[in-house]
Design a protein around this ligand. Structure first.
Ligand code: SAM
Length: 324
């Protein structure tokens, strides 16, 4: 079992499989959009080897993210290989949903269990403004297909930003009330190159919970998976609401994860710039035993919480590299 210095059990690995994306969300990247050369990105063989070693240490859940993971050719192969590793119990995906509709059955067949789809607005023009592309129909179709395919629970990740999309909060709640989807409001985080982040744009979970409670009856869902989200059922509703508060509250005590960036850095903490270069080691003949030692060290070095690094400061990387 992988345990850190603060007795947190680490059983979850999030892998960014590419830094490429087919959207340019304002809060994630800015105008410059340099992609890494393919040779700098970990190969599937390298990722699979790492997951296998991690599984022997106690990692049970894998999430593939990016960039846009569905842009990486042959992602179904990766899902299939990872799903068949003994001890890996759950393989999920975070996607912007643009390519989901056409791929859903191959993904499911490969072993995908669940999917999180990012959607910050239900309005066409605003979607174009936030993401740079007129693709909202494809995302909505992707959500419908995911439900049809039974990739449950289908989760919708929504970043609410003041004066950008905060007038749509109740519409997102209605979505979770009417459909069997979990809408998860994620606080706007100060990441990377995008000059878009501004404290004034942050809408805290506390504010949202109070505001939504004026219109909907929420009751805590005590059965939800232990994770960073505080989850509520909506009275009379089919789906649920989750609030993820990386900025305003201490989710760090619940942290159960490490990350692997698209260019092969192990990242023990989302809010810290400390990383361990796995790729260099993999390409210089590292043994499985040495990878094991590196993972144990990375987990030991997980900071207690985001404040340990003087956070929240702006992290150097954006979520496109780290994998949100
Ligand atoms: N392309 C995929 C997608 O859109 O879901 C996966 C990568 S994206 C970086 C993963 C998640 O990070 C998305 O849900 C996105 O909304 C979130 N994200 C990106 N930048 C963020 C920020 N500054 N604050 C909060 N969430 C952010």
């Amino acid at each position: 079992m992988l345990t850190d210095r603060f007795n947190r059990r680490i059983n979850y690995l999030r892998i960014s499989v590419t830094d490429r994306c087919n959207l340019k969300c304002k809060y994630c990247v800015d105008g410059k959009f340099p992609f890494m050369p393919h040779s700098e990105i970990l190969s599937y063989e390298e990722i699979i080897r790492f997951v296998r070693v991690c599984s022997e240490l106690g990692i049970r859940k894998i999430r593939l993210t990016g960039g846009e993971p569905l842009l990486r050719k042959g992602i179904e192969f990766l899902i299939k290989e990872i799903s068949s590793i003994e001890r890996i119990e759950d393989v999920s995906l975070t996607t912007n949903g643009v390519l989901l509709e056409e791929r859903i059955y191959e993904l499911k067949q490969a072993g995908l269990k669940r999917v999180n789809i990012s959607l910050d607005t239900l309005r066409r023009e605003r979607f174009k403004y936030i993401t740079g592309f007129d693709e909202i129909d494809k995302v909505v179709n992707g959500i419908e297909k995911a439900l049809e395919a039974g990739l449950k629970p289908v989760k919708i990740n929504t970043v609410i930003m003041r004066d950008i999309n905060d007038d749509e909060v109740l519409e997102f709640v209605s979505l979770a009330k009417n459909l069997e989807v979990d809408v998860r409001f994620i606080e706007f985080m100060p990441f990377g190159e995008a000059g878009f982040w501004d404290e004034k744009r942050v809408v805290t979970s506390e504010f949202l919970e109070k505001y939504i409670s004026e219109f909907f009856e929420l009751e805590p869902d005590l059965n939800s998976d232990k994770g960073p989200a505080v989850v509520y059922k909506i009275k009379g509703g089919r789906g649920r609401l989750g609030f993820i508060s990386p900025l305003s509250s201490h989710i760090c005590s619940e942290c159960n994860r490490i990350r692997l960036t698209s260019e092969g850095m192990i990242k023990p903490c989302l809010f810290s710039d400390v990383e361990y270069n796995l790729k260099e080691r993999l390409r210089n003949g590292v043994t499985d035993k040495e990878i094991t030692e590196l993972v144990i060290k990375a987990v030991r070095d997980k900071p207690k919480d985001k404040e340990e690094h003087g956070q929240i400061k702006k992290c150097q990387r954006n979520l496109r590299h780290i994998g949100g």
